[in-house]
Design a protein around this ligand. Structure first.
Ligand code: SF4
Length: 181
C-alpha cells in the first residue's frame, strides 16, 4: 500500500468551547465522559519527530486539528517546522484564540485556516455554548486582515458554515454573514 499523501494530526483534545455537536466535549462526548487517557497529549518534540519521519514520504498536505489546536503549547513552532519541509498546512480552528498568534501566522504565511461559524451571532454562541465566541472570531479575523495588509501577504482562510442546528426561519440571516467576515 502506498503511503498517504495527506496526514491529519489531532494535536490536542483541549478546547475552550463546548459545542453541542462535539464528539469530544458535548454532553455525550468521549472526553466529557471522563476518559482520562483522551486528555494525554504528545509533546511538541514528539510531533516534530513524527513530521520528520512523515516528510520523507513525499507528503503534500498536513491537516492540524484538535480540540482547539491554538491551545496546544508550541503550536507556532510546530507550524514552522512543517512549513520548513515545504508541506502545505491547513488548520481547523474555532477562531476564538487567534489573537495571540496572528502576527506569527502572517509571518509564516502559506497556512490555510478553516474556521467554523454556525450561523448568526446568537445561534453561533448558542451552539458553541460560550457567549462571545462569535465576537471573538470577528475581532480576530479583523486583526488578521489588518496585519495582512501591512505585510501584503494574504493567509488563506475559509469559513465553514454548519447549518445543522439553524432553524429554517433563520436561514436568511446567514446571508448577512458574508458581510460580517
Ligand atoms: S470547537 Fe471543536 S473541539 Fe472545541 S468543543 Fe467545538 S467542536 Fe469540539
Amino acid at each position: 500500500m502506498d503511503f498517504p499523501e495527506k496526514v491529519s494530526f489531532t494535536i490536542t483534545n483541549t478546547c475552550n468551547l463546548r459545542c453541542q455537536m462535539c464528539g469530544q466535549w458535548s454532553k455525550e462526548g468521549y472526553i466529557k465522559k471522563r476518559n482520562r487517557s483522551c486528555r494525554q497529549e504528545l509533546k511538541l518534540e514528539d510531533w516534530k519527530r513524527l513530521v520528520d519521519e512523515i516528510a520523507g514520504h513525499k507528503i503534500d498536505f498536513f491537516l492540524i486539528r484538535g480540540g482547539e489546536p491554538f491551545l496546544f503549547p508550541g503550536i507556532i513552532e510546530l507550524l514552522e517546522h512543517i512549513h520548513s519541509k515545504g508541506i502545505l498546512i491547513s488548520v481547523d480552528t474555532n477562531g476564538t484564540v487567534l489573537k495571540k498568534y496572528v502576527k506569527d501566522l502572517v509571518r509564516i504565511g502559506d497556512i490555510h485556516l478553516t474556521i467554523s461559524v454556525d450561523g448568526p451571532e446568537e445561534i453561533h454562541d448558542y451552539v458553541r455554548s460560550v457567549k462571545g465566541s462569535f465576537q471573538k472570531i470577528k475581532e480576530n479575523i479583523a486583526l488578521l486582515r489588518q496585519l495582512e495588509k501591512t505585510v501584503e501577504k494574504i493567509l488563506a482562510h475559509q469559513f465553514v458554515l454548519q447549518l445543522v442546528l439553524i432553524p429554517i426561519k433563520d436561514l436568511a440571516k446567514c446571508r448577512t454573514l458574508q458581510k460580517v467576515f
